[in-house]
Write a protein that binds this ligand. Structure first.
Ligand code: ATP
Ligand code: MG
Length: 252
């Protein structure tokens, strides 16, 4: 990490930083408003590192709702999701509330603080699951991470919180350097739908798409019909036993 990658709050009103604060279209008034918001949250600086690039700046992630950038609050490093000015959400508080619920069962990066345009959370120092899977060779390590991921989905099912985007989640599961999986992005989550986290993540990991092919390649074939049967039962009774059968059918 170079010193130049760290930029204090005062500098952020200038380009190219202003464009990042108010992506994709900055206005002076909005930039100033957001700088005041950041100061109120106690954020002192940004560190431009990460795999994504916006205006030639490295950041942690970019989606339709926000840009995620590494931020400092005092000496603490955290991930800051900044609402895009063209996002289809007017505020971040709803996502913060749902993340907090997920946190109550040990799921998701820990929520630190949120405001209208910002959500500050625990920084997950790692990479997205597909990339982690590509680089990881140990079968035991892979099984451990996938097992933990399913257990987290089960806990979300139990509290009635449906993430909503786990059936195709190439960008919504991160794995940190200690092999801990983190489900991110609760902006499409809901407590008003029937939760389908376990079935969705199984679909993503073992049934359809590129990631499931990669997992089959690394861990060997599973019996697809047994998994579909186990999921059908789990969906109707949601008992511990039927969740156990799902794990078994996944080879976990
Ligand atoms: N706590 C975190 N620590 C590290 N990186 C993160 C964290 N949260 C999110 N990211 C990165 O930022 C990316 C975008 O985050 P997120 O999915 O929350 O944004 P979004 O705008 O809602 O995206 P999408 O349009 O895909 O739903 C993630 O895919 C991930 O790579
Ligand atoms: Mg999103």
């Amino acid at each position: 990490m170079t010193r130049e990658a760290i930029v204090g709050l005062k500098e952020l009103s200038k380009e190219p930083y202003a464009s990042m604060l108010c992506y994709p279209k900055p206005s002076k008034a909005e930039v100033n408003k957001r700088l005041r918001e950041l100061a109120k949250l106690g954020i002192d600086a940004f560190e431009f590192v990460g795999e994504k690039q916006v205006s030639n700046l490295n950041i942690l992630g970019k989606g339709c709702v926000g840009l995620v950038v590494l931020a400092f609050r005092g000496s603490e490093r955290a991930a800051l999701k900044i609402r895009r000015v063209d996002a289809d959400r007017a505020r971040m508080q709803h996502e913060a509330e749902l993340l907090e619920r997920a946190n109550s069962v040990g799921v998701g990066p820990r929520l630190l603080v949120a405001s209208r345009n910002c959500l500050l959370m625990q920084f997950v120092d790692g990479c997205l699951l597909p990339e982690w899977l590509r680089e990881c060779r140990g079968k035991t390590r892979i099984r451990k991470v996938l097992h933990e991921l399913l257990v987290q989905c089960r806990r979300l099912d139990e509290i009635g919180l449906d993430h909503g985007e786990l059936s195709h989640a190439p960008k919504h599961v991160l794995v940190d350097r200690a092999d801990r999986p983190f489900i991110v992005d609760f902006e499409s989550a809901s407590v008003n739908r029937r939760p389908a986290n376990v079935t969705s993540i199984c679909q993503f990991l073992f049934i359809g798409g590129e990631v499931s092919k990669g997992i089959t390649h690394k861990l060997g074939k599973i019996n697809r019909n047994s998994l579909l049967d186990a999921l059908r039962v789990y969906k109707t009774d949601r008992t511990r036993e039927s969740f156990g059968r799902v794990l078994e059918a996944c080879g976990l």
